[in-house]
Structure formats: structure tokens, C-alpha cells
Design a protein around this ligand. Sequence first.
Ligand SMILES: NC(=O)c1ccc[n+]([C@@H]2O[C@H](COP(=O)([O-])OP(=O)(O)OC[C@H]3O[C@@H](n4cnc5c(N)ncnc54)[C@H](OP(=O)(O)O)[C@@H]3O)[C@@H](O)[C@H]2O)c1
Length: 323
Amino acid sequence: MRVIDHRPSLHIAEVPSPTPKAGEVLIRVAYAGVNRPDILQRRGSYPPPADATPYMGLEVSGTIIGLGEGVNNWKVGQQVCALTPGGGYAEEVVTAAGHCFPIPQGFSMLQAAAVPETYLTVWANLIERGRLRAGETVLIHGGSSGIGITAIHLAKWVGAIVITTVGNEEKMRICTSLGADHVINYKTQDFQTVVKEITHGQGVNMVLDMVAGPYVEKNLRSLALEGRLVQIAFLQGSKVEVDWNTLMMRRLTFTGSTLRARPLEEKSRLVQTLHARIWPELEAGRLLPVIDSEFPFNEVEKAHDLMESSVHIGKIMLKVGHD
Ligand SMILES: NC(=O)c1ccc[n+]([C@@H]2O[C@H](COP(=O)([O-])OP(=O)(O)OC[C@H]3O[C@@H](n4cnc5c(N)ncnc54)[C@H](OP(=O)(O)O)[C@@H]3O)[C@@H](O)[C@H]2O)c1
């Protein structure tokens, strides 16, 4: 099969097809989602888990073409979208049977491939870890990212008030149209000051952050009493000096998590939860992924360049095979 290898630089390679082990399925890939962690992996700063394939690609849609021992909940020929342990940038990929979803009714294969990584990440961090509830106010950084848009959608679905930060005017307009209640251009405004104004000095109940670095202390200072800060990435660095007094005086919780490193069973549980809670919303059209652009398999470099430019709004997708 053909796969995109990033070592030493992006190119298409011919490698043997993977074989599904017990509990796994083999998928012929139609579309793969491009996610920021792929960029980090390509650059060598986000090594895959020791037992994972070395290739990039954390989510796909496609058709099941092989079953490992003991898999009885899927059949060859069924179309699925799935979280993958890596290796999604390929014509064929193996993943745990428990990490597959049926294609949401009414969704194209392109749309379906845009769902697993961001919805699972946001569910795990915004809803479960961050315990966001109706009526609360949440600050979501990187509002125009694949993750950020999903977070805006899920926060509104929960019934929360959403404040989000973005880097330009066009992203401001789009995030407003997607349901964000307040959008801050962090390049022209100080988000901590604006959050204080919007919340009448109270602060927000939760912050979902991917930036870190200088944001850490400002995030802590933007939180209300008993507020929660959930860290999902460190785009501006993970080593910072912080005055922790705010954490103690406001009884704050600072936590974070990453999806890829979670045990298989834990990811299967998240898949089941998302299928039960979110699939009906996707199928009813109340939640939809936002797709910025689609690139052919052999133009993966353009897809990565676009992501690194941060000009995109929503998901960047790779067309790998046929629907
Ligand atoms: N913890 C997990 O399990 C998990 C899973 C998936 C993804 N993630 C993380 O979530 C983040 C979003 O992922 P994605 O795939 O949705 O990526 P994405 O669409 O590329 O979004 C990243 C956004 O962050 C902003 N940004 C980029 N570089 C920045 C910098 N140096 N400082 C501040 N802002 C910057 C950009 O928006 P502006 O133009 O508005 O600045 C960009 O659109 C990534 O950091 C990724 O590593 C975490």
C-alpha cells in the first residue's frame, strides 16, 4: 500500500499492508484528518507511543476490509470512521475495533473523517475533565482551530456561555457565526482584560487552552472562584514561571490530558460515550464538523503548510482513496 512517510521529509512510500491483530480491524482509507499533532510528530517533537505505527494520521473514514481475531461487532464491507493509533495517512490502517464509529447518517465520508479526533479530545477535556455545565462561562483559546470549533459547538450544546480567542478579523466573524457569544482578537486585545469586562470582574468557570507559555498565568487570573483550567497542548511552551497564589486563593483546579496516550479501553469507553451522546446530534444536523479544505494524498505537504500557516478555519482533510 501507499503511505505518507515523513522521514526524513514528506514523501509517498510503498510498504506492506498492516495485519489486524486480535481485537483490531483493517480499514481501506477514504479520507484522513490532518491534526496539529501530526505537524509536531513530523518535526520530531511528538513521538508516537512505542507500540504504534511510525506513520502520521490519527483519524480516518473508510471501509472495513479485514477483521482480527475475536472481532464480532463489525463486518467486512461496513463503512466506518475511526480514531487510529497513527498510520491514518495511508491507503490501509489498523485500529482497535472499539475505536470505530458507524458513519453518521447523512454524513459524507469526508465529513465523517473530520469527527473522531476533535470530538473525542473535546469531550474528554471540556465535558469530562473540565465538567462544563449549562449556564457556566468558558474561555476557549484557538477558537478557529479544528479543536476550537468543536469546543465552541460542544460548549453551546451543553448550554454554556462561550468566550473564544482568535488571531484575525475573519476568524472573529466565523466564530461568532458558529455560536460563540464573545470573540476576542488576541493580537489587538488583552484577553485577560476583556474576559474581566465581559464577566463583570467575576472571571470564567473554565478555560480550555492549547497555547500555554505566557497564557498560563493569564488563564489562572481569568478564572472565577472554583474555576478549572484544562491544558490540551503547549503551542507556546510548557516551561513557565507562575505565581501560584491565584490557584490557592481562588480554589482553582489546573489539569490536562492527551488522547493518544490513553489506554485502549479508556479510548473505547470515550468512543461509546460519544456514539451514544453525540451521534444523534450529528445525525439531526445540530452539530456539524467545519471543513476548511481537502487535499489529494500526494499534496500532503500543502496541507501541512496550510496548517502551519494557521490561516485555515476548521479541519484540513486528506483524500486518500475512493468513497
Ligand atoms: N490533548 C489532546 O489530546 C489533543 C488532541 C488533539 C489536538 N490537540 C492540540 O490542540 C491544538 C489544536 O489542534 P488542531 O488540530 O485543531 O490544530 P489547528 O487547527 O492547527 O489549530 C491551532 C490554532 O492555534 C493557533 N496557534 C497556532 N500556533 C500558535 C501559537 N504559537 N500561539 C498561539 N496560537 C497559535 C492558531 O489560531 P490563531 O490564528 O487564532 O492563532 C491555529 O489555528 C493543537 O495544539 C494540538 O496539538 C491536543
